[in-house]
Structure formats: C-alpha cells, structure tokens
Design a protein around this ligand. Sequence first.
Ligand code: G3P
Length: 398
Amino acid sequence: MRQHAQPIADSLVREVAKPAKQSLDEVVRSADLIDYTAEEGARALGAGELLTSDSFPGQTRNKLCLVSKVPLGVVLAIPPFNYPVNLAASKLAPALMAGNAVVLKPPSQGVVAGAHMMQCFAKAGLPKGLVNMGSEIGDYLTLHPLVSCISFTGGDTGIAIARRAGMVPLQMELGGKDVCIVCSDADLDLAAKSILKGGFSFSGQRCTAVKLVLVVKEVADALAAKVAAGVAKLTVGDPKDDVDITPVISDSSADFIEGLVEDARAKGAKFLTPYRREGNLIWPTLLDHVTPEMRIAWEEPFGPVVPIMRVDSVDQAVAHCNANNLALQGCVFTRDVNRAIAISDAMETGTVQINAAPARGPDHFPFQGFRDSGIGSQGIRNSLAMMVKIKSTVINLD
Ligand code: G3P
C-alpha cells in the first residue's frame, strides 16, 4: 500500500473529495495500522491459556483445560465513504490476522479506492478468495448464514442491521454528536484551534468531528471571536488543491445540512459567518446562540457547520451531552486536571478527550460509541479480540 499510495490517494480525492494531503495520510495511516495489527495479532492471538481443575474450590487436579482462540469464519466488513481505505483496513487486518475470511462491501463512493487497496492485498500474496468484495449491503449479505461477524461503520442503517443480524458478533460505529465543553478556565486559543480543526477537517464529515460547542457564558464572546477569526481563514474549493473545505459527499447530504442551518436561522441562531452554498460545496459556517429547540443542537450535520451553544454551567453542558442518543466522543477544555477528570466521568460517551478535539487515532486506542452510536469497541486489540471465538479442549486425566 505504501508503494501504491499515490494512486489510491488520487482515487480518494476524486471519489470523496478528500483534500490531497489528507487522502495520502489516510493510505499511509492504513498501512501503519496493518503493520501494527500484524505485530499485535501475532502476540495476542498466538498465546492460549492453560487452566487446571484444582484451582477451583473442591476440585482435584484431574482436568486440564487448554483455551485457544479460533477464527469466527467470514467477517463482513462495511466501511463508510469518509474513510473508504482506513476503515476498510481497520476491519480487514484484524479479521485476517485472526484467521478469518472477509467479504468487504466498500462504500459506493470510495469503491475505486477500495478496489485499489484490494489489489495491494492480492499483490502482497494473499490467497485468492480470502478477501472478496460484495456490491450491496442488503439482506443477502447481512443475513447470510456463512457470515459470522459484521463490522460496520456508517449511519443508522447499522441499527437496522443489528436488529436483524442474529447470533453473530457485531462491531458498529454509527456516528456521534461530539460535544466540546469549554470551561471558564480553558486555554481559549487552544480550544479555538481545536474546534477549527475538529469541526472543519474533511469539511466536518467525520464521526468524531466537533459537532456542538458548549461554552460557559463568561468566556463565550472571547471563544466565538477566536473561532470566527480562524474560520475566515479556511480555504474553500477543489480537493486537488488541498484546500480546507471541499464539496460534501452528495447533493442530498448538502440539502440535509442546509435544512439544519435554515432551521437554526428560523429559530434565532446568530450567523458568525455567512451561509453560502454552490451545489454540494458549503462554505464553513459558524452559528452562535444555538438553543436546545434547534435541530442542530441534537443532530449531526456531517458537514462544515459548527454550532455554539452558550450554557450557564458545566453541569448544564454535561446534561445536554448525556441527553443525546448519540454518544461517540466528546472533549473538555480546562486547565484544572481534577475538574477535567470529574467532567469526563460525568459524560456518558465512548471517549472523552481532555484539551484536544475528538479523534479516533492513534488507531490502537479503543474506539467505541455508547447508546445509538454503536456497539462493540474498535481499536486494534479490541478488534482482534472480537474476531475470534474461544475454544476449550479439556484433557481428563486418570
Ligand atoms: O468518521 C469515522 C471516524 O472513525 C473518525 O475517525 O480518525 O477522523 O477521528 P477520525
């Protein structure tokens, strides 16, 4: 994949409008992920366990239990359009290291990049037929009796898949409404920089994008001004030119984003940057004075729109975070580490970042959503663990 990184990255630029440098980073990051998975898998899966019966009360030493990890069978991997390569690799690599075969259903937008990646697996010498590509998510794949595990990243289609899937392990990541809580003692420059990067990279089309800023009133004006100054400097246009903001994935996605923006406008949000759209290219939009009555306070735009809601207290911010059905990641900015940990403990969300924007990586960290944001934990070690089943062989001694 490293040798063929540029053509794969070029496909990402063309298919999903990911900026050029980020596209190349995605391919290299995926190669690194595969390397790490190979190393971790060799150790984590190569070692079994021996239990002796006399370690349980009342038992004699007449039984030895050999515990091993065996493959599940066929893993169905369904990555989303925003990481057609990396989120395919994060499913494929642990599945293969654990001894499984894989059916990959690449996203419709991103299928060429996915096919390029598959060619790399073939060139690397993978046996023919071990990794296969499917063309539709539908019931045929998700309900197929030979599918032994489904690893899905995407939208709430995942909930429907989970409800129907039956007795197979599920790994689902279904998006988030990642909040950014800014306390009165926060480093506002750091918070503003993180909101900019976290909210607008890949035009906000990341499950871990900052999707709502909850800032206490004392510092709200200062923070909003800093973020607005940064937004004004973002470049907009063609992903080949490596600009910050590129077209969102589809017209229907742009329509959905616009619906959220117009709902907020109708309910009194203040626009710190003017809303502008040409086709599916949406200029970065910063909304202030967002209220809980607005849809954008709860729904994820998956686009370059960051709403700011001013709160009376951190408790109010945490309550808003916990009231959402989406709970993937969140972040908190404060200079007080004790306070940060207390807030993190109170936030019922899969990961809390302290003094940085939400992010999945590094890719060996656990990654999971609570509530409707998903089921099962990802990250290399957790993915390896869920793509095997435990098999015991008991030796009964005379
Ligand atoms: O949207 C996919 C999610 O996994 C985000 O990943 O690396 O952009 O934090 P990342």
